[in-house]
Design a binder for this molecule. Sequence first.
Ligand code: SAH
Length: 463
Amino acid sequence: MLKKNDEIILTIEDMGADGEGIGRYEGMTFFVKDALIGDVVRAGVTRLKKTYGYARIVEIMKASPDRVEPVCAFHRQCGGCQIQALSYEKQLAFKQRKVENNLRRIGGFSQELLQQVMEPIAGMEHPFHYRNKAQFPVGTDKNGKLITGFYAGRTHQIIPNRDCALGVPVNREILDIVLGFMEKYHVSAYDEKNGKGLVRHILIRYGFTTGEIMVCLIINGKKLPCEEKLTETLARLEGMTSISINCNTEKSNVILGKETRTIWGQPYITDYIGNVKYQISPVSFYQVNPAQTEVMYGLALDYADLHGTETVWDLYCGIGTISLFLAQKAKQVYGVEIIPQAIEDARRNARLNQIENAEFFVGKAEEVLPEFYEKEKAEGRQPYADVIVVDPPRKGCDEKLLDTILKMSPPKVVYVSCDSATLARDLKILCGGGYRLERVRAVDNFCQTVHVECVVLMSKVKE
Ligand code: SAH
């Protein structure tokens, strides 16, 4: 009988949705973190269940032909880049297969249909250094020396690393300046264990199109001693536009506190997606991979096929990114989003771009749309939309919303999704209500990780 800590030899034949390698041993399925298809590994059993178990790599006996030299030495500890050791070509194939499997298994779509409607995944030419935002925790090592880097996977232990392969190179310069300042002026790092110390996180945003840089220090208090010394040095960096302090004195995992104070420059940076301009503050939600976001919104726009006469709803609109993109081609766009601050950003961004045909509502999509529907009905009008776009968080759309979409029956539904499992579940419901799957394209916004975005076009089948 196999027991915990036993060592077994596994040939990895498949990869799970979270990037774990899958191999079989005496009829049991084993999940092995960091193992790739084609690897033969000696693995130590860490957990055993009736028919499956978990194991960790002790030795890679034969490396998969798809293994590449990882760019980052910390990729296994960090957990941010789950599949960095896999060649980029195979990463894309893995994601394409993941979407396809979910649509087949959960959505119930046939392989034949999927072959017709699925377009090849849109990957990046240079799949590194694409992130425009990074949040580095600050702490001390066991000798009391200041460190910054990343949390080790599923823990709050900081791995010192200022050179993340997904971030922009200027991050390193900024981190060096901030930590140098902290050392020189004896500014302490926050200690999660006892709630003491000052600097918690360093948030950096970079506008890829404008070159504008934002630095925000999240501190456990109100004031940063000698802050003018820090701004003096940071301001010399080319592109520096906004330096701020965010106060977070709560003992919690939430990074940002409620109060932000600009200490140098402007309270925001500006960036573009396509030709739409956005002002981004430290607390704004903004897509992290702007190049691929443009690809994704371009697809949504292409699928929506607008000619200037259409009424469009953009549900889960965030700061209005998709709405403003669509407004350029539609007659009227209505955006709905649950976070009031995001709607304020959306309205400001609309004004900034002189876009007048976009209107925004704060509320839950599953409440705002049904209420609109009922109100129109009550007043004797047929509630109509040409296109409904949804871009929900990972948990997908609420059934009440899908119900209302079916009642409103727009000719087209465009579904933008960051979780292909809930996407498949929701598409099944829409198809059950008279829609047909027309086009599906995965977009790799999160290279080196297991995550993937999808854009889907559904059309109403004519009765
Ligand atoms: N379309 C935007 C944001 C997508 S992220 C963009 O591309 O930038 C999903 C958004 O849905 C988040 O902004 C989140 O705040 C919002 N959200 C979550 N639940 C919601 C709900 N029930 N109703 C409306 N919006 C919701």
